[in-house]
Design a protein around this ligand. Structure first.
Ligand code: URA
Length: 205
């Protein structure tokens, strides 16, 4: 045969950016990451967790929240009585941003420009999952979800708000719970996360 197969993607009108997440060049972060990490979970999940960006282990595995922060998230779900497998789990930024520290790759907080570039992908996820409640894990997620740098975690903790057809519940990032010094503070932060998830679950009724 002499027919040249044309992939559906190639048949579409010209695009400035590739439509595949792993080929994303909307910001510079792809250069340093192993791969892009998209969200995971039921297509019509009622709750969506939004984290910051993949960590070292997520970058290698290609899945969100599978490293230490993910393990803590598992414990939060268990304590709140919510099955993690019913939740769609994703990140505000899909490529791991890091700097070398000896042999380790140390997480670096994404800047607003990188968060904004990645809205493209979060929007796609929101449009397809249509969650009732978005749980923003930490300040980066909150800024991404609300599309403004003018919000603080502190002022939003525990106060659900309506935003573009969703409830948004703000809680700590699991890595904060892992690194906050002191058993008491750790327990408190953990419980705040559990309360946040319970609140998210209540908003479904
Ligand atoms: N931290 C995040 O914000 N997201 C992950 O997927 C892992 C760690």
């Amino acid at each position: 045969g002499t027919t040249i197969p044309i992939a559906p993607e190639d048949a579409q009108p010209e695009r400035q950016q590739p439509s595949k997440l792993d080929e994303c060049r909307r910001c510079e972060l792809w250069q340093f990451a192993t791969q892009a990490v998209g969200g995971e979970g039921p297509r019509r999940a009622k709750i969506m967790f939004v984290g910051e960006q993949p960590g070292d282990q997520e970058d290698l595995a290609g899945q969100p929240f599978v490293g230490p922060a993910g393990k803590l998230l598992d414990r939060v779900c268990e304590a709140a009585g919510v099955d993690r497998d019913t939740i769609y789990v994703t990140n505000a930024v899909k490529h791991f941003k890091w700097e070398p520290r000896g042999k380790r790759r140390l997480h670096k907080t994404p800047v607003q420009r990188e968060i904004e570039a990645c809205h493209y992908w979060l929007d796609k996820e929101l449009a397809s999952v249509k969650p009732t409640v978005i749980v923003a894990l930490g300040a980066t997620a909150l800024k991404s979800v609300l599309r403004t740098a003018n919000v603080t975690l502190k002022n939003s903790l525990g106060k659900p708000l309506r935003h573009e057809g969703h409830w948004v519940v703000t809680t700590y990032h699991p890595s904060y719970v892992l690194r906050v010094p002191g058993e008491e503070a750790k327990r408190e932060a953990f419980n705040t996360m559990v309360e946040g998830l319970k609140l998210a679950h209540e908003l479904l009724e």
